[in-house]
Design a protein around this ligand. Sequence first.
Ligand code: BG6
Length: 468
Amino acid sequence: MSQKVTFPEDFWWGAAMSGPQMEGTFEKPHENVMDYWYKTSKEEFFNGVGPTVATDFFHHYKEDIKMMKSIGMNSFRTSIQWSRLIKDLETGEPDENAVKFYQDVIDECKKNDIILVLNLHHFDLPIELFQKYGGWESKHVVDLYAKFAKTAFELFGDQVHYWTTFNEPMVIPEAGYLCGFHYPKYVNKGKEAMQVIYNLNLASAKAIALCHEICDAKIGNILNLTPAYPATDSKEDQETSKIVDAFYNRSFLEPAVHGVFPQEMIDIMKENDVLWDQNEEELEIIKNNTIDFLGVNYYHPKRVKTRTTPLDYDYWSPEQYYEEYDMPGKRVNPYRGWEIYPKAIYDIAKNVQENYNNIPWFISENGMGVEGEERYINEEGKIEDDYRIDFYEEHLQLLAKAMEEGSNCFGYHAWTGIDCWSWNNAYKNRYGFIALDLETQKRTVKKSGEWLKKVTEEHGYIAKDSYQ
Ligand code: BG6
C-alpha cells in the first residue's frame, strides 16, 4: 500500500555547498590548505583537477541561486572562505572585493527568497596559519579564527539569520592527523589530534559568544555524525562502540550542546598521557557558549568491533580500541565505498531527541556521489538519477518517522545543489541536483532536481516502499 511521507509546510528544503568547493580561487588574498595541497601535489587529485575554477560560483552565483530556487530550494548553505574574506589574517581586516562578493551572494539569496545559512569553516584553514603556527594545534589560530568570525558577524550579522561555526570539525583531526586523507596528511599524531579537537571546540564556542554579542542571529555547528554500531551484542563490542562514539561523535556533540566533553574520553586521554592542554577559563567559555541549533551531516554509519588484531605501530591513537567491522551483506555505494544505511538517520534523530535536549536540528548534508553519471543522460540531455531519488526517499522516510515521534528536525539539506569539487576526489563522484559540464560550465537540472521541486510543492511524496 502506498504511503504519503509528509513534512511541515515551513520545513527547510535545500542543499549545502561550500566556498572552497564551489567558488574557484579567483581574487582570493590567501591560499587555504586545500589550494596549497593541490598546488604542491596535483597528482593526488582525481584527473589532476583542482579548486582553481571549481564550479565557478564566483562568476555564476546569480544564475546558480536562481536555478536552485527554481528546483524548489527554500534554503541553502554555503561557506565564507577565511582565505577570501580576510585580508590581514592577524587583525581580521577584510578584503574589499570579498566583502562585495559575499554581500552580492546575500542580496541574491534575499531577492530569491532563499534562507541563507553561512558557515565559517569548511576544511579551509589559510595555509599560512598552518605554516607559521601549526594550524589548529595552536591557540593563537583559535583567536585568529575568532577575529575572522567577528569580522563576518560585523559585516553581515544583521542580514544573515543562521550561522554555523564549522562543517564536520571532526574531519580535521581524523583525516588530517590520524588517517592521512587530508592535508597535512599525518597518520601518527594521536596526541596532536586531541589538541585539535579541543581547539576546534574552543574556537566554535568563541565564535558563538561573538555571534550572540554582535548579531540577532542563531548559530549552530555542523557535525558529521557516524553512529557507532557494535558488530555483536557482546559486552566488549558494546563498550567498544561507546568509546568510538565518544571519540568520533560526542567529542563535538557533547560540548556543542551540553558544554562539556565526554568523561570516558577524558579518562582514556589521561590514562595515556595524551590529554590536551586546557584551562579553567577556556572550559568556562565552552560551557557557556553552546549552540542554538544543530546541523547533522549523515552519510554512513561506523561499524565496529573490539580490537583483536594488534596494531602495527606504537604511537597512541583511538584506533587501538576498535577495528572497523566489515558487515557481510551491507549495502554499499560502490563509487564512494560508503555503506548505505538509512535507518541511522532515525537513530540519530532519536539520540538528539532523547539525549541532547531535543534541540532544533536539521540534516545539513546527506547524499550519494556517483561516478560516470553521463551514462544516465536521456535524449533531452537530462541525467536520470533515479538511484539518487531512491536514496533520498529512503532516508527521508526514516527521518519523517522520527519527526512523528517528536524529534525536532526543521529541515533537510542534500549534498549538493550543483555538482562541485570534492577535495582530492575532485569531480569523480557527482552529488548535485544540477549537473555541471566541466568543459563548458553549463548547468542542467537532473531528474532529482525535478523530484525535489515536486516534493517541496507537495510537502512530501508517495513512498514506493516502506523502508525500515
Ligand atoms: C562531506 C563534506 O564530508 O561530504 C563535503 O562536508 C564533501 O565537503 C561531502 O564533499 C562528500 O564527500 P566527498 O569526499 O565524496 O566529497
